[in-house]
Design a protein around this ligand. Structure first.
Ligand code: GLN
Ligand code: ZN
Length: 758
């Protein structure tokens, strides 16, 4: 039995690549030094993988920014606006990744998009009608040689031709099919070159095969690979899929001349069923993704052993692998020194997953796997009752009934009651919650965390910030105020720290894009509210003004989506547990005189399943109720707001309305307001605040352009339902642009109100 991984984190265990890249961007180190850091990381990872006994060690999984961007450069699909800058190859690459502004020109970066259902983002390759696809870089060959010279024969990894074409953006008239031949030809050349190097196996990553595929997609895929695989030379080719099952093309996939097929048995709900129904060709190797590449928990050996035994009856030749690249987990537990052993022993980051593959191999090769020491120890670990169990919460989730998810009276009646009680003008103005987090705010927080200032001093400082913020909003003339969120580092971490059941890691960084990493909190036990989380701040802020103060919470689905979830509790149950905690907070805020409460669901759309047919059953059918659960207990006169960081919800518009919030604010300013037509067509009932300006840019919008945006909105949305606000929180902005922007916003709203009254 052999073992393989699909890819490994490249940012470095202590984010060395991030820091070196940032230094390079700032001009503090030169390209040589950056290259050296990169090489050190690669060779370190190589050694680690070799020492763990891994049989298929990947190469070319390293990237300075993003793997798909590397593939675009490999195939020569690089827009001229970057190549014509006259920069070095590395700087041309970074120009496409991050944009360039300098002596040689001024260009924006390529677009960035979420990578399937992960929190990683890729750069979208751009292909114009005149783009000439041809082998244009030596990176995969160089990295193969580098590893080889260091005593390791690797399996080079490259984004597959089909996935590349499916994810690229075609800027002209031509489409993927028009480039299929040229792309296939380039891959043939890649194989020919690898053959010269004596490469034995090549891995082509084809995650796009787990998406919904049309007949046309299937034809495109088979046509490309018929051509590529007719030119394999002596090389064995692995088609690697991940993030789900390949239900639409399984038969086509196994009928092609691949030597290995990589399938995901963790997220691929139907993978096993496909094998059972259609079999697996005896002449191919099954790379079985049985170790979760996306989560941080130890593999359950008894379950995996049972699965592999089953697979052995179907496929003769099995290589044990991960479900996806380990890019999506942190590097190593070695740096988690503060976490107690009672927690650590349940964890497996990338390095520990290498160990798991080795253990599984040994276990499965034993005459009696169930009697091996590793197996027994692992089985025992999965039997220990974890700390943090809370039967009361479990009971509550168990006994939820229909009624707990329904807010009464119904929306239209509440709307009337709220309008009367709040007495707001038409086109009420508000913000999304956070105000600029100045360096002073961040410095104080760090000082407090390091124990350099007392809690009392820190809290007084925050109160002072809140008071200034309230005064500022009153001066500007906003209608619904916020406290400014100065106490929060991050909209999920802050709540995680106030909830029982969460734990925090020290160094569990995961690449989000380029040099950007996130450190998701971990759901360890059952979740419950340890103490009121925001009440004091909101009540204090409300005490300073007679205008309504909006309470500010993060929703259960967003908290869950940005955490490492448990595997022994369903996402639905976890979401409901968190929702119950938020519900307590909502009711506490209400009890303490807060009449408007916003529950942010910034990330609700993010975990929408990859296949449309799974959207409801697997996700929306619990995600939307989780939101409702959090707010269904309030009185009719309490107004519930929600906020989303995007406006692409045309396809789930009914579900968004079904959240039954009273007001929703969202990003709209960058999307040409097309969402307005969608809202109108859907007869959207919830009141809406489509952002009237883009907070992601330091630009100050003029009063007239805001008026223009509001007027446009009024063409589609009844005045009584329209709010006026920026498109997201202001925490990344400075006061210098925030104040005039909000002044313009308020004045624009006032003037349009007058126009309406005329
Ligand atoms: N209330 C949050 C803020 O204003 C919302 C942030 C977000 O949508 N990402 O910062
Ligand atoms: Zn937002």
């Amino acid at each position: 039995m052999l073992t393989s991984i699909i890819g490994y984190p490249r940012i470095g265990a202590l984010r060395e690549l991030k820091f070196a890249s940032e230094k390079y961007f700032r001009g503090e180190i030169d390209a040589c030094e950056l290259e050296k850091t990169a090489r050190d990381i690669r060779l370190y990872n190589l050694k680690l993988q070799k020492n763990s006994g891994l049989d298929f060690v990947p190469s070319n999984d390293f990237s300075f920014y993003d793997g798909l961007l590397d593939t675009a450069f490999l195939l020569g699909a690089v827009p001229e606006r970057y190549t014509s800058l006259g920069l070095s190859p590395l700087d041309t690459y970074f120009a496409a990744a991050r944009g360039y502004q300098g002596e040689n020109g001024d260009v924006k970066a390529l677009a960035m998009k979420k990578w399937f259902n992960t929190n990683y983002h890729y750069m979208v390759p751009e292909i114009a009608d005149d783009t000439v696809i041809r082998l244009s870089s030596t990176k995969p060959f160089d990295l193969y040689s580098e590893a080889f010279e260091n005593g390791c024969e690797t399996k080079p990894v490259i984004t597959g031709a089909y996935t590349f074409l499916k994810l690229a953006r075609f800027t002209g008239k031509k489409s993927a099919a028009d480039f299929a031949d040229a792309v296939a030809e380039a891959y043939c050349q890649i194989l020919a070159k690898f053959a010269d190097f004596g490469v034995k196996w090549v891995q082509f990553d084809e995650p796009a095969l787990v998406l919904d595929m049309s007949e046309e997609d299937i034809s495109l895929f088979t046509a490309i690979y018929r051509k590529i695989l007719a030119n394999k030379h002596s090389i064995k080719v692995l088609a690697q899929t991940y993030f789900g099952d390949v239900r639409d093309c399984y038969e086509n996939l196994v009928a092609l001349d691949f030597d290995g097929i990589g399938l995901d048995f963790i997220e691929g709900k139907r993978t096993i069923e496909l094998l059972e129904n259609f079999g697996f060709p005896g002449d191919k190797v099954l790379f079985a993704g049985v170790v979760n590449g996306k989560n941080i928990w130890r593999n359950n050996f008894p379950k995996t052993v049972e699965l592999v035994k089953k697979l052995r009856n179907i496929a003769g030749n099995i290589v044990l692998s991960t479900s996806c690249s380990l890019l999506h987990v942190p590097c190593t537990l070695r740096n988690e020194v503060k976490l107690g052993e009672e927690f650590r022993r349940h964890f497996a980051y990338a390095e520990e997953k290498l160990g798991e593959l080795e253990s599984l191999k040994n276990i499965l090769e034993a005459d009696c796997p169930e009697n091996t020491t590793d197996y027994l120890a692992n089985a025992a670990l999965h039997q220990v009752e974890r700390s943090g169990r809370n039967d009361q919460v479990r009971q509550k989730v168990q006994s939820l009934t229909e009624r707990d998810f329904v807010r009464l009276p119904e929306f239209s009646e509440r709307e009337k009651i709220q309008h009367e009680r709040l007495g707001l003008p038409v086109l009420p103005t508000t913000t999304i919650g956070s105000f600029p987090q100045t360096s002073e705010v961040r410095a104080k927080r760090s000082a407090f965390r390091r124990g350099e200032i007392s809690r009392n001093d820190y809290e007084n400082f925050l109160k002072d910030q809140i008071a200034q913020c309230v005064k500022l909003q009153e001066d500007i003339g906003l209608d619904v105020l916020v406290h400014g969120e100065f106490e929060r580092n991050d909209m999920v971490e802050y709540f995680g720290e106030c909830l029982d059941g969460y734990i925090f890691t020290e160094k569990a960084w995961v690449q989000s894009y380029g040099t950007r990493c996130v450190k998701p909190p971990v759901i360890w036990g059952d979740i419950s509210r340890a103490k009121p989380m925001t009440v004091d701040w909101s009540v204090y802020a409300q005490s300073l003004t007679t205008k309504p103060m909006k309470g500010m919470l993060t929703g259960a689905v967003t908290i869950l989506n940005w955490s490492f979830p448990r595997e022994d509790i369903s996402l639905r149950d976890s979401a409901f547990q968190i929702a119950l905690a938020i519900r307590e907070e909502v009711l506490d805020l209400e009890k303490n005189g807060i009449n408007i409460i916003q529950i942010d669901e910034a990330a609700l759309r993010e975990k929408l399943p990859l296949r449309r047919s799974d959207w409801h059953e697997d996700y929306l059918d619990w995600a939307i109720p989780a939101f409702r659960l959090a707010c269904s207990g309030v009185k009719p006169e309490t107004q519930i707001h929600t906020h989303m960081c995007y406006s692409e919800f045309a396809d789930i518009i009914k579900d968004i309305d079904d959240m039954d919030a009273d007001v929703i604010t969202f990003e709209a300013s960058r999307s040409d307001l097309t969402i307005l037509d969608v809202l109108k067509a859907a007869d959207f009932r919830t009141e809406v605040g489509p952002g009237v300006y883009d907070i992601h840019s330091p630009r100050i919008p003029s009063k007239d352009e805001i008026k223009e945006a509001v007027r446009k909105m009024l063409g589609r949305i009844p005045a009584e339902k329209l709010w006026v606000n920026p498109d997201c929180g202001l925490k990344t902005r400075g006061n210098a642009e925030t104040v005039p922007s909000l002044e313009n916003l308020v004045n624009a709203a006032k003037e349009v109100r007058n126009e309406l009254a005329d």
